[in-house]
Design a binder for this molecule. Structure first.
Ligand code: SF4
Ligand code: SF4
Length: 485
């Protein structure tokens, strides 16, 4: 925030809107080409931009910075309009104020991607983008705050969980300043009537405080007790709202928040959130199953399952495969590991309590697998954007002296791809092992008991990493890449 150019841009009140407008233009481009362009996926913006470039940049942004894609999220622009046109005054039902609904939607999203070959269908991709805009508009038009981001959006949950291992977070610079702060604008917003707490601001309802000049955090993350990246969309409202310039985008030790367990504003303690732990574990196992859906052996497995189930319906077979591989098998594995860890360390905790405390340790490994997988597609197919843009401009009526050349190579030499993927996966394993051990030390103290509590989780991480190496050694489908000339 204090760097000369980037800092000035980020401190500008409309910087987020500019980024969102840029991404909104890209989303419109994707929808227009998806609905009306050629339906050959590698030759359509809807087949390439979301599935090759967006996912590659998401992986890079989370790895090198943080949740930058929620910051630039285009779905939030129409939502601003919804807040003006619709009442936006209802409270989200208490029973849904967890991550279970979002986890279910994330499962549906991953299943639909595979079952209906979204990467190969520009039309379905365009419909998906459009339905996303409609859902964000309707939900945030009727409910208070950023309900869609916090409780519904599957993509947001992916960013929230994986950004736990990112090197940047939005946080206060000087905790002492917050301790003496009278207005707490970062959470309540800045109004025309800026009265201190001692003058009764808290007693005033928002409409009594006059015009809202700057919103506070709509995800209910109060800066003084906010810890880490969970649920933070990097929207920067708190940065602009704080009258003391006490909030910034700060560097931190990546993944450290995974082993710490403070009371977090808007989130609570990780160890008391089985829904959050389930989301983190789900995303870890989904990283491996998602990659499994793209390697050659999956066809033999699907054919075998189809024969056993007596069906030729691919969505049904993939549904059962994903249910088993993303939910049932992980639940069984994690349950056994949690039981062993609790017995060996004599922690006296139940399986659910143990899994809720240690489950977050697998996030870096899952993230390593997502990065390896998404970067593979990006590095292989990233240059396709050049002929694709030419083709798109030709579709809009522009003419070029030469026809687009589709024979583009990968962004890095092919021999680099596998080593790079393995580095990300094994880096994830290393960090997961460190996190699991640090959790064990915090829970049962240093020494042999910590080693015994850690061992089952370490073995599970090792087992998953071996599975990941096997997956990366398999031939992977070149989705979104045109193989012709
Ligand atoms: S972040 Fe700023 S507005 Fe929020 S409590 Fe601290 S000083 Fe006050
Ligand atoms: S306002 Fe809330 S969600 Fe937005 S950056 Fe600040 S803490 Fe994160």
């Amino acid at each position: 925030m204090r760097s000369p150019l980037l800092g000035s841009f980020l401190r500008w009140r409309h910087s987020r809107s500019v980024l969102q407008a840029l991404f909104l233009s890209l989303a419109i481009l994707v929808m227009v080409d998806g609905f009306w362009g050629p339906q050959l996926s590698p030759k359509n913006m809807a087949g390439v931009l979301p599935w090759v470039h967006w996912r590659g940049f998401v992986a890079l942004a989370l790895l090198l910075a943080g949740n930058l894609f929620c910051m630039a999220c285009p779905f939030m622009l129409p939502r601003k309009l919804a807040k003006k046109l619709l009442p936006a005054d209802r409270h989200w039902p208490k029973a849904l104020r967890t991550k279970w609904l979002a986890l279910f939607l994330l499962f549906l999203f991953l299943w639909a991607y595979e079952a209906y070959h979204l990467w190969a269908s520009p039309l379905l991709t365009a419909w998906l983008a459009l339905s996303y805009f409609v859902a964000a508009f309707v939900i945030d038009g009727f409910f208070r705050g950023a309900t869609f981001c916090k409780h519904v959006c599957p993509i947001g949950q992916f960013h929230f969980v994986n950004s736990l291992a990112s090197p940047l977070e939005i946080a206060v610079r000087e905790p002492g300043v917050c301790a003496t702060c009278r207005t707490r604008d970062c959470i309540v917003g800045r109004y025309e009537e800026p009265r201190g707490l001692d003058q009764g601001t808290e007693a005033l309802r928002p409409h009594e405080r006059g015009k809202l000049l700057q919103a506070g955090c709509e995800l209910w993350l109060y800066q003084e007790t906010k810890t880490g990246n969970m649920d933070c969309t990097f929207c920067m409202e708190c940065i602009h709202a704080c009258p003391h310039d006490n909030v910034g985008i700060l560097t931190r030790a990546p993944a450290r928040e995974l082993w710490e367990d403070p009371q977090r504003a808007g989130v609570g303690r990780f160890s008391r959130r089985p829904d959050l732990a389930a989301l983190a574990l789900f995303l870890t196992f989904a990283a491996f199953l998602n990659a499994f859906g793209m390697v050659t052996p999956v066809y033999a497995v699907e054919a075998w399952m189809g024969r056993v189930m007596g069906t030729t319906s691919e969505p049904l077979v993939i549904g059962v495969l994903f249910l088993a591989g993303m939910i049932l098998l992980p639940a069984l594995l994690v349950g056994c590991v949690a039981r062993c860890s609790a017995s060996l360390s004599r922690s006296g905790r139940t399986i659910i309590q143990e899994a809720t405390r240690y489950g977050y340790a697998l996030v870096p490994l899952g993230f390593g697998m997502w990065v390896a997988h998404y970067l593979f597609h990006f590095l292989v197919g990233g240059l396709a954007i050049v002929p694709l843009t030419q083709e798109y401009l030709a579709f809009l009526g522009f003419s070029f002296p030469r026809a687009p050349s589709w024979a583009v190579g990968p962004l890095v030499p092919e021999s680099w791809l596998l080593p790079l993927e393995l580095i990300f996966l094994e880096l994830g394993l290393l960090v997961s092992l460190v996190v699991a051990y640090r959790i064990a030390v915090r829970e049962v103290g240093p020494g042999p008991r910590a080693v015994r509590a850690f061992a089952p989780w370490g073995l599970l991480a090792l087992f998953l990493s071996v599975a990941g190496v096997w997956l990366l050694l398999q031939p992977m489908e070149m989705r979104g890449t045109f193989m012709g000339s």
